[in-house]
Ligand binder design. Structure first.
Ligand code: HEC
Ligand code: HEC
Length: 215
């Protein structure tokens, strides 16, 4: 039996997914639009993530191989302010939905993001796979898959690939979900999933997911 909070979270998630069916974009047009939009400067030409910039701590997401419908939703959410980031909002302000779909199709068609070796992550692996029922922490794997590499959902918004994502970006996003600063997941599933996590657990989960493969 699944705990009822988990059943509710998954139902909310699936409902959210069903509402977001999108038409496919054109990756060739998308590449040109991404270049015009200076996306490569921070996310890499193939969505492989940003190189460290002197004096700054880059927390740029990798976009390569990510599900196109997830990327479109994030770009729409930046544009509407539902996902708060002034810089990303400014960049996509002038782009229409067709532009966003093309750009998303381009990054989705690029090689899948690859992780890099990370320091120990036993706590991260356990929490990811099993959660912690006593504290209401839902197993991340129940939505993001055992490997963290979800398949795209047929005809709806996919749960994002998190395996191989940038560790600093993951840590920042998990912190944003936990504090409620980021609140654009269907039914607030990600806010619920992270509410009880400690800082050390957020770091452990981020290191675990940023590693190349599930150990
Ligand atoms: C100056 C650096 C910079 C540039 C240029 C930039 N981005 Fe971003 N992007 C960021 C940062 C920082 C974040 C994380 C925002 C947050 O914390 O929510 C981000 C997040 C994203 C995300 C969310 C990824 C995810 O996994 O949820 C997408 C999609 C994205 N950017 C696409 C684009 C596109 C498309 C362009 C070009 C139109 C672009 N970015 C240009 C810095 C940049
Ligand atoms: C009930 C399903 C569900 C559970 C459980 C869940 N997630 Fe998520 N997660 C999602 C969905 C859906 C999104 C995309 C939300 C959106 O539209 O922005 C997401 C987004 C994320 C993101 C943002 C990815 C990005 O590129 O910005 C991270 C990181 C993440 N989840 C990690 C986790 C971790 C770690 C756990 C366990 C503590 C977890 N998730 C549990 C469904 C879930």
């Amino acid at each position: 039996m699944l705990p009822s909070s988990l059943t509710r979270a998954i139902t909310a998630c699936l409902l959210g997914l069903a509402l977001h069916a999108q038409a496919a974009g054109d990756p060739v047009a998308g590449r040109l639009k991404a270049e015009d939009g200076r996306c490569f400067e921070c996310h890499g030409e193939r969505g492989e993530g940003g190189a460290p910039v002197a004096g700054a701590e880059p927390k740029f997401a990798k976009l390569g191989g990510q599900h196109a419908d997830y990327l479109v939703k994030q770009l729409q959410d930046f544009r509407s302010g539902k996902r708060a980031n002034d810089f990303m909002r400014m960049l996509v302000r002038e782009l229409d939905d067709a532009d966003l779909r093309d750009i998303a199709a381009y990054f989705a068609s690029q090689p899948l993001m690859q992780g890099s070796p990370q320091p120990g992550h036993d706590t991260g692996a356990r929490l990811y796979r099993e959660g912690d029922a006593a504290r209401g922490v839902i197993a991340c794997a129940s939505c993001h898959g055992e490997s963290g590499k979800t398949a795209p959902a047929a005809g709806g918004l996919s749960v994002p690939i998190v395996r191989g994502q940038d560790a600093r970006y993951l840590e920042e996003q998990l912190g944003h979900w936990r504090s409620g600063f980021r609140r654009n997941s269907p039914g607030d599933v990600m806010n619920q999933a992270t509410r009880a996590l400690t800082d050390a657990e957020v770091r452990a989960l981020s290191a675990y997911l940023a590693a190349p493969a599930a150990p």
